[in-house]
Design a protein. Structure first.
Length: 193
């Protein structure tokens, strides 16, 4: 299936921790034996998802679909942000409180985007968007450390909101561009559902 959709070689192969051995080794042997090309450059394995500290199972009644989450008033981007707040190799524990926190964080970022779009440059300091971009990229390049990247983004949001409140931000367009690029990289695109 992967060869059919992605070609002989591709960058990232994902799977659950239960596929580490022997499933992926079998894929490598079969694919590389058939194509004589490297199969995947990087292997990313996620831990199993817990729900309220327990293994997720329909029989336990702790199994949720995206429709269930939307019915409770959450945006799909809330779920994406909640999942990114946990490192892919860490045990993620889904809770409604964690989803609520993700919604709060998403609303903070969306409100800030609106404020920045409506604001004009003031005399005062500019926020160092280049330093932020370097730190953000460093977090992503460090084994996809999305929790750190999100923390950096929320710190930038707090600093930006403070400057906007004081009317002392001289580069709102740069900050908005930086935030939009960061959110886009994380797949947190408010205009898309």
């Amino acid at each position: 299936m992967s060869l059919g959709y992605l070609g002989d070689s591709f960058d990232i192969h994902t799977g659950g921790e239960d596929n580490i051995f022997p499933h992926h080794e079998a894929e490598v042997v079969q694919s590389e034996g058939a194509t004589k090309k490297p199969f995947a450059r990087f292997w990313i394995h996620t831990r199993h998802l817990l729900v309220d500290g327990e293994k997720m199972a329909k029989s336990k009644g702790n199994f949720y679909t995206l429709s269930d989450i939307i019915e409770k008033g959450f945006d799909p981007m809330d779920l994406r942000l909640a999942m990114l707040a946990s490192h892919y190799r860490s045990q993620m524990n889904f809770t409604w409180n964690a989803l609520e926190q993700a919604r709060t964080n998403r609303n903070t970022l969306e409100t800030l985007r609106t404020r920045l779009a409506e604001s004009s440059a003031n005399s005062g300091e500019s926020l160092d968007t280049e330093a932020f971009t370097r730190s953000f990229a460093s977090a992503i390049e460090d084994d996809l450390n999305t929790p750190e990247a999100i923390a950096l983004l929320l710190t930038l949001a707090n600093e930006t909101n403070k400057k906007l409140d004081e009317q002392s931000l001289s580069n709102p367009e740069d900050v908005l561009k930086t935030i939009n690029e960061s959110l886009d990289l994380l797949g947190i695109v408010p205009e898309k559902k």
